[in-house]
Design a protein around this ligand. Sequence first.
Ligand SMILES: Nc1ncnc2c1ncn2[C@@H]1O[C@H](COP(=O)(O)OP(=O)(O)OP(=O)(O)O)[C@@H](O)[C@H]1O
Length: 312
Amino acid sequence: MPDGSGASAIEISNLRKTYAAQGRAAPKEALKGIDLSIRAGSIFGLLGPNGAGKSTLINILAGLVNKTAGKVIIWGFDQDVNPRQSRAAIGVMPQELNMDPFFTPRASLEVQAGLYGVPKSERWTDDLLELVGLTDQANAYARNLSGGMKRRLLLAKALVHRPHILVLDEPTAGVDITLREMLWTNVRHLNQAGMTIILTTHYLEEAEQMCDEIAIINHGALIVRQGTRELLARADGKTLVIDAGGPVDLPALPEGAHPEWRADGRLAISYPPSRIRADQLLDALRGGGVPIIDVASEQPDLEDVFVELTRG
Ligand SMILES: Nc1ncnc2c1ncn2[C@@H]1O[C@H](COP(=O)(O)OP(=O)(O)OP(=O)(O)O)[C@@H](O)[C@H]1O
């Protein structure tokens, strides 16, 4: 069982999933041999365009979809050998808001704890309700909860058995800022307390801020898995934005630099930082008599890297 740093919370090797043919539709190869290890204690982002295979992968981890081939080891337990232990190690907050409309949040959590075989003495229903801010709604029917409250309940349900690994499938899709902040505060606390977090999101800015490591899958294959910082460094493009007081004639710039006047009257020079330094650009401008009233620097973000890697 992983406990030291560097240990794997999840080890996936050669994972394949082919959905059987349905009607006239051909069989669908949703995962084409994924190898992936996820470090214990990390906040790991699983990204990819629509239909890439993220939900399939998460559902296999959760034990909701049967894999076609490959090996999945969760918290040291091989899914095929120790299905019960590997399932107990993981909690999943699903995307869909389906829940029994006549259960109260308290009852839902009790039922879920029962399903996972958590003895009454080890349940933490009240603490969980408190954690997700549902104490006041503890005894309200689920059908009377707002969409945001339902999501809070789904998070609490994923935690009833105190899993080592928490999987969040698009947790913030369509939620307001307050709920998003509540979620991320909770996730950070859980992570600081030692929980490994795996999340999928379409908000790349969110992944950039939250995740220390990121994997991108596309068409069922893993195309990259890297630390967030290293991944961002792959985009070899920065932009220097200069206020020159308005359009002026430009001198020759180092090869590889691309100047462009923006609508706001500023000069934006994009350049590859691996080959050109910012001071070379500034020296060239100054040497050419371009006034430099103000300078800003723009970094590539995860979106740039994502688009580049998933193009085509
Ligand atoms: N039950 C199913 N039967 C047949 N094909 C399926 C089934 N579930 C998913 N697929 C197909 O498998 C591929 C991967 O789907 P999956 O839902 O895993 O992608 P995703 O990355 O989660 O996409 P999204 O971001 O849209 O949720 C898609 O082409 C999808 O149409």
